[in-house]
Design a protein around this ligand. Structure first.
Ligand SMILES: C[S@@+](CC[C@H](N)C(=O)[O-])C[C@H]1O[C@@H](n2cnc3c(N)ncnc32)[C@H](O)[C@@H]1O
Length: 345
């Protein structure tokens, strides 16, 4: 069944204009979008931007960097609300700057995604009128830019990279817009603690190492040093930005590359570290785990191994069958399990 919010969105996407902009986060299935439109797109997910480009869209991949666009330069902005509040607040604030007077922000979302509250807040911020249409639980709100914009919404200083202070060790640079931006992931901490035993070698890792779905780089930063041939990859623009800055601050010589589960990378890695996502937008996508496993199979060098951490309920071992020479559960702590996948020499 087609997502009812998408039904509403598709109607807006058919009307294009060069003075309009579509802001895209992770919650849009690109294959359901119409092919080619004059509507420019900015989005923070590499897979989606690639898919839209392949369908003829003029799509830009960035952490919603709208700084080159002039104040009051747009007539219309279309945006399906994101999952994270700071992202939504940041983009509503940007709309207040970018829209010309009487220009429209079209906000779409489901009731369960907080659209009612965002619509109200956006009206205060833009200082104009509000018109809402509902189709079941899906909402479409049109907010106009009035004469006087209201107070900025709290976006937690969306663009600012800041240190995540912990009890021990050097801080990590992080920012809103990347998954779990203000904490260390408990699964990743478990993987790191067990990594030497899992691989039968001390840290730092040597050879070619890939941090697949790197976030701000927690696994790479702790498992590698300046001698490691390190590659970090993620689908999310904010994660890539934070990770690149962290590597530079810690003196690691890694490359940071945008990719969809590693699809764009060349094979030959001795070790792959991965805490894969299992949420895509507002849904849970089984196929995402398959994409990560398939690319891991392709990217590992002969004799190489991959260390995954996943929630206990993810059937990673079953999904890995037929793709690796050896599949072993190294440990579980009641919440997460560590899976060691290796290839024959
Ligand atoms: C559970 S987090 C782990 C982050 C980091 N490795 C850590 O240990 O803290 C999963 C990461 O996968 C990334 N991700 C989601 N979908 C992806 C995709 N299709 N390709 C690459 N990375 C993706 C997310 O942006 C997120 O950074």
């Amino acid at each position: 069944m087609i997502d009812p919010v998408l039904n509403l969105l598709l109607q807006d996407l058919r009307q294009s204009s060069e003075h309009a902009l579509w802001l895209v986060d992770e919650n849009i299935p690109a294959d359901l979008c119409p092919a080619r439109s004059g509507l420019p797109v900015v989005g923070n997910r590499f897979d989606l931007i690639q898919a839209l480009r392949a369908r003829g869209w003029q799509a830009q991949f960035s952490d919603f960097d709208l700084s080159t666009r002039a104040d009051g330069s747009l007539q219309r902005i279309i945006y399906r609300v994101s999952k994270e509040k700071p992202v939504v607040h940041y983009l509503i604030n940007q709309a207040a700057r970018l829209l010309q007077q009487d220009g429209e922000l079209i906000l779409l979302g489901d009731k369960s995604e907080g659209i009612k509250t965002y619509s109200r807040k956006a009206q205060q911020r833009l200082g104009g009128s509000r018109e809402e249409r509902k189709q079941g639980s899906a909402w479409r709100a049109v907010l106009t830019r009035g004469n006087h914009a209201g107070e900025a919404l709290d976006d937690q200083e969306y663009c600012r990279l800041r240190p995540l202070e912990l009890d021990t060790g050097a801080p990590y640079l992080t920012k809103p817009g990347l998954y779990g931006w203000n904490k260390v992931d408990r699964g990743s901490a478990f993987l790191l603690e067990q990594l030497p035993a899992m691989l039968g070698q001390p840290l730092p890792l040597c050879g070619r190492v890939l941090d697949l779905g790197c976030g701000f780089g927690y696994l790479a930063l702790n498992a590698c040093d300046a001698s490691t041939k390190l590659t970090c990859t993620d689908n999310n623009a904010a994660a890539l930005y934070a990770c690149r800055e962290n590597l530079a601050h810690r003196g690691l010589r890694g490359e940071t590359i945008a990719s969809d589960a590693g699809r764009e990378l060349a094979p030959g890695f001795d070790t792959i570290l991965c805490n894969p996502p299992f949420h895509a937008g507002f849904g849970i996508e089984g196929d995402l785990t398959d994409r990560f496993l398939e690319q891991t199979r392709r990217l590992l060098a002969p004799g190489g191994s991959a260390c995954f951490v996943v929630n206990l309920h993810i059937p990673l071992e079953r999904k890995a069958q037929g793709r690796f020479a050896r599949i072993r559960c190294h440990a579980d702590n009641g919440h997460f399990k560590l899976i060691h996948l290796s290839q024959a020499r």
